[in-house]
Design a binder for this molecule. Structure first.
Ligand SMILES: [Zn+2]
Length: 464
């Protein structure tokens, strides 16, 4: 098979502080086979007609962006929760109303549209933190994994890779209050029954072609999640952690998004959520804590010492009035930072990335906390690693051929040096997206999904 060849006007290669001009990228069977800088770091050369069969990629080509934290159905809430005052907890009530209306068909339609919007934004891989497991009253569907299967199918149809983080969600509060009302569909009863259902889903996904193992060709992977310390009793945490460990699967959890969660955990267990999780074997190199907006100094050290990653979701944390997480302190402690659009108030990884820097500026009234290459790493290689894809997120030989090309000639990006793209570009500037060697977006259009139309229809079906 002849390799596919692209000629990037600029490409951001691994371990480079800034993009390189004129890079020939070759791929075969979805993997990068050669990366050849043709002209050094100067102005792109004109004399490259010899590369007649290469597809030209004008602008800046980045590795695929990883959206490490998503709740696909929250896309239906965008613009619908801003009428009154309130906080995270009042927003959650509105979110539960949508959750109560979804079934496997409407979930598939909504997730397919939401993932296609992500593809347009340059996302080549999404981590879906999934807890809508059962029917609205908690009764399992005939296939107990019908909802999870809908998400796998949605990502396939939208053309992006998926890590389905199947969440264990058993209780409503840190002190073990039972799930009620719309929360009933989240619960499996206990962690062992969660593990049985998650194993069945993971086995099915592996059998049908998805596997994240390096060298594989799969496009879906099942990982685990502890929804939060509110949702899994302390004595059952080790069951979820053990499942992830045995399967070599990533393990995600919501951590200290709200001060109220810290207070409740201290009252019930005499320690912070991070400490509680560490004491039950949940933290470690395969684990990613989402948010970590309100950790103590000791928690920050603990996350770093255990090798736990943190996924920041700045536009959601902004939207929900959560606060500003200690991004620089986490990085200094050795924590790998990744990014997620979480509630999808905004789907724009450029905005998430620059917010990591800009929020630090607001807090400290100083500039220059994160180098552009650090923001790139959070949006790409660290995000893929957080989702269990160790062979993606770099334009490097052997990695998956995920290429995201950003225009440098739009009203927003014209005149901007390529290294400044993370402070200028938006999702709307993504012109071309290749996932595993396959073109998914061209000329800023999704090749298979009419994204605005499908979003409108799918959201209309589950909202009032
Ligand atoms: Zn979340």
């Amino acid at each position: 098979m002849t390799p596919t060849r692209w000629l990037a006007e600029y490409a951001w290669l691994p371990d480079r502080a800034e993009p390189t001009a004129d890079v020939l990228i070759e791929a075969e069977d979805g993997r990068i086979t050669a990366v050849t800088p043709l002209g050094g770091t100067g102005t792109p050369t004109a004399g490259v007609e010899v590369l007649g069969d290469a597809t030209r990629l004008p602008g800046l080509t980045l590795p695929g962006l990883a959206n490490a934290h998503s709740h696909a159905f929250h896309r239906a809430l965008r613009g619908r929760t801003h009428g009154g005052r309130g906080d995270f907890w009042t927003w959650r009530d509105v979110m539960y109303e949508v959750a109560a209306r979804l079934d496997p068909d409407s979930y598939l339609a909504l997730a397919r549209a939401a993932y296609a919007e992500m593809a347009l934004a340059g996302v080549t891989c999404v981590g879906e933190f999934h807890y809508l497991h059962h029917g609205p009253d908690g009764t399992p569907y005939a296939d107990p994994n019908a909802m999870g299967a809908a998400l796998v199918e949605a990502a396939t149809q939208a053309g992006i890779r998926l890590t389905l983080l199947d969440a264990c969600y058993l209780t409503a509060t840190v002190d073990g209050e039972p799930l009620t009302g719309p929360q009933r569909r989240f619960g499996d009863g206990d962690a062992l029954r969660w593990a049985d259902r998650a194993s069945a889903l993971a086995d099915t996904v592996e059998r049908t072609g998805g596997t994240g193992q390096a060298g594989g060709t799969g496009r879906a992977l099942v990982g685990a999640a502890v929804h939060s310390v509110r949702a899994v009793p302390a004595e059952q945490l080790a069951t979820v952690a053990g499942w992830a460990d045995r399967r070599g699967a990533p393990l995600h959890l919501h951590l200290s998004e709200q001060p109220a969660e810290n207070d409740a955990c201290r009252a019930a267990h005499g320690r912070t959520p991070a400490r509680l999780l560490a004491d039950h074997g949940v933290l470690g190199p395969g684990t990613v804590a989402v948010h970590a907006t309100h950790p103590t100094s000791a928690d920050v050290t603990l996350l770093g010492d255990t090798g736990t990653g943190v996924c920041l979701c700045p536009t959601t944390e902004r939207d929900l009035a959560d606060g500003i997480g200690p991004a620089r302190r986490l990085a200094e402690a050795g924590v790998a930072l990744s990014l997620g659009s979480d509630s999808h108030a905004v789907v724009d990884l450029f905005e998430e990335a620059r917010a990591v820097e800009l929020d630090e500026r607001l807090r400290t009234r100083r500039r220059g906390h994160f180098a552009p290459a650090e923001l790139l790493a959070a949006a790409t290689v660290a995000g893929h690693a957080a989702l269990g894809w160790r062979d993606a997120g770099r334009i490097a030989v052997g990695d998956r051929a995920d290429l995201v090309t950003v225009r440098l000639d739009s009203a927003r990006t014209a005149g901007v040096p390529p290294v400044g793209a993370f402070f200028a570009a938006t999702a709307a500037d993504v012109a071309s997206v290749v996932v595993d060697g396959r073109q998914v977006v061209a000329d800023g259009r999704h090749l298979r999904v009419d994204v605005p139309r499908e979003l409108r229809t799918a959201i209309g079906a589950v909202t009032r």
